[in-house]
Each structure stands twice: as C-alpha cells, then as structure tokens.
Design a protein around this ligand. Structure first.
Ligand code: SF4
Ligand code: SF4
Length: 351
C-alpha cells in the first residue's frame, strides 16, 4: 500500500542558504543551462548538482553570488548577473573583490575550505593569504572593504551572518563524524577549521597567517583620551591594551595621499568663512551660495584635489593643489580622528 509523502529532505546547508537568499530578496532556481546567473528581477539560477564539482555545493554557490552582490551594491539586484558582463577592463578586479570578501567572511568562521569558490578565478583565491585587505591602493581591495561594510546592513545583514554562523555549527558537527579513509576523495568535512576567537574588543580577530604580527599599539585607530588608550573602531568608553594582537580592522599609519576621502566623495561640500585667507588667495575656487561660501567642486570632489585615477591597476596619489592656502575647515580636519574614520568608511577605504 502506498503512503502519502508530506515532507521532503533538503540538505541542511542548502536549507540554510536557500533561506538566507530568501531573506535577502532572492529566489533560487536550479538549472542545467548555466553555472550561476541572476536575471535582475530577483531570481538566482544555480547549476543542478550534477554540473557542480565534487567539492562544490549549492550553499557555496549561493554564498559566492551574495559576495558578488556585496561588492556591486544594492543596485545590482536589479541588473542581470549583478551588472557584471564577464568582459571589459573592470571585470577582473571586481571578481577579485568578490573573492576577497569571500575570503574574509569565511575566515571569520573557519570555512575557507568548505566554502572555497570553484570559479575560473580559483587560482586567485589559492594565492590569497594573510591580510587580504592590506593594500588599500588596490581597487579590488577598496571594493572588497565597501562590500564588507554592506554585509552588516540590509538586505544582507543579519541574514548573511546568521547563515555563516549556522554553517559553522553544522560543519563543526559534521566534521566530528568525517574521516578521510578509503580510495575516494576525502569528505570536505575533514577540512573544517575552528572559528577564530574574537578580538578582546569583540571585533573579528585579524587573520595573520602569512602576515606580520601587529598589535593595537601599532594601529592607526588607537588614540589616547584622559590618559587611557582607546580605539576609534569601538565604543569610546572601551579601553584597549597596546599589547593586544590587532583585530581585523587594524590599519597601519594612514596616508592622506592614498586616501583623499575627506576631499572627495565622503563629503559634499567644504564650507569657507568669508574671512578665510583662501577667499582672496584662491578666488577662482570660491563659489558663493545664497547664505555661505564653499570650495568649487569637480564631480564628487573638491576642485583643488588632484590624483586618484587608476593607472596600471593602482590608484595614483592624491594631492591638494592649494595645500598652503587651504581653508580652516581643511586645516582642522585631523588624521585618524572620528571624522577621518567616517570619511574613509564612506569611500570604502576602511572597515
Ligand atoms: S582597530 Fe586597531 S586599535 Fe582598534 S582594536 Fe583593532 S587593532 Fe586594536
Ligand atoms: S580622510 Fe583621513 S586619511 Fe583620508 S585624506 Fe582625510 S585626513 Fe587623510
């Protein structure tokens, strides 16, 4: 006698990531016709299992596509394939940015092997090590930093973090039952690393394998207030210790000439006092508004700022062409301050 089937089995990791995709606003379909693609109308198509490599999974494929969406931004949900066309001079660094995001997010949970990508760019992934966000002059690093900041807010957050944490728990349990024996490929569950302990501040720990050891005492975001050592990246009441190993947000000495954030897109206007000497010294750069004066802008930046073009994969150095005459507003802007952190975050230079 037949029976009524009322439920169906779904692989636990697939369940976690199908739900994450749903919460983020994507419907996942399976197809034999493509490896992975989006239609710009909320559907993410992933190859059926028989088209995937033995070390791949629906869960990893969904996660990988979400890393692309983090790099490409909110508007990418309405563009086929996240607005990426697989050609053109900008394609490679955007792929690299997605993989840097994937590297950092998986590293926080010990999932680098379980959730390694299987794309044509796997060789780039295999070459990553240490602090993959260290070179902030690299456009793919800047795009990755901006993507990682997006991960914390909707539509990605908190669904993405929930799914990664659940994946780590499932992986930890499965790894207890996995052994490499036999002639077949060893199960992926044999390659699960423990989730790294967080930094004492609660921020993610810095992944130092292959990178020089750094401490809070070496960091640009460390500052002193009322005789106490503190960090711009955490609550102002939290004290830190110079001897602590650095967290994921560690940055060495900041360099305005590779940044320029406060002079460009981070802020929309540089107001100038009528009494500021720059008004007489650089009149061609002063714009009179109804109730105030401001420095002229070219596109999204101050007209006095030069540099910042991408040449041979590197961002050229910024410089202020009226540095000695710059207005008070600019002179008062302090390197490493709260405003500096905000500016750098707005342009994707700082986590
Ligand atoms: S941002 Fe810098 S100072 Fe702050 S906790 Fe991290 S390493 Fe330490
Ligand atoms: S935001 Fe900070 S690091 Fe960047 S140019 Fe301004 S002061 Fe320098």
């Amino acid at each position: 006698m037949g029976r009524d089937v009322t439920l169906r089995y779904i692989d636990p990791l697939a369940q976690v990531w199908l739900d994450a995709a749903r919460r983020i606003g994507l419907r996942v379909t399976r197809t034999p016709d493509t490896y992975a693609s989006t239609d710009g109308r909320g559907t993410l198509a992933i190859a059926v299992d028989r088209e995937l490599d033995p070390d791949d999974s629906l869960a990893q494929m969904i996660f990988h596509e979400l890393c692309h969406s983090l790099v490409e931004g909110e508007q990418s949900f309405t563009a086929p394939d996240w607005g990426m066309d697989n050609t053109g001079p900008d394609h490679d660094w955007r792929e690299h940015a997605g993989l840097r995001v994937q590297w950092v997010l998986t590293g926080r949970h010990g999932l680098r092997t379980l959730f390694a990508p299987t794309t044509d760019f796997r060789a780039f992934w295999d070459g990553l090590s240490g602090d993959v966000l260290a070179d902030r002059t690299d456009p793919s690093v800047q795009a990755a930093v901006a993507g990682l900041r997006r991960a914390e807010r909707p539509p990605w957050g908190p669904a993405l973090e929930d799914a990664l944490a659940a994946t780590a728990r499932i992986a930890a349990e499965a790894s207890r039952f996995a052994s490499p024996g036999g002639p077949e490929l060893a199960p992926l569950w044999t390659a699960i690393a423990p989730s790294p302990a967080p930094h004492p501040t609660g921020l993610p720990a810095r992944m130092t394998a292959g990178a020089p050891e750094m401490t809070c005492g070496d960091c640009a975001w460390r500052y002193e207030s009322r005789g106490r050592t503190r960090c711009r990246q955490v609550d102002a009441t939290t004290r830190i210790d110079d001897a602590w190993p650095a967290c994921e947000r560690f940055e060495a000495a900041l360099d305005c000439q590779t940044c320029g954030a406060c002079c460009r897109a981070a802020y929309h206007s540089v107001e100038v006092s009528p009494r500021d000497p720059v008004v007489k010294k650089q009149p061609q750069l002063i714009v009179k508004r109804e109730t105030y004066l401001e420095l002229q802008r070219t596109g999204d930046r101050c007209a006095a700022l030069h540099g910042g073009t991408i040449e041979a994969g590197t961002t050229t150095r910024y410089h202020c062409t009226i540095y000695d005459d710059r207005p008070r507003t600019c002179r008062d802007f302090t390197l490493g301050s709260e405003h500096c952190l905000t500016a750098r975050r707005r342009v994707g230079l700082t986590l």
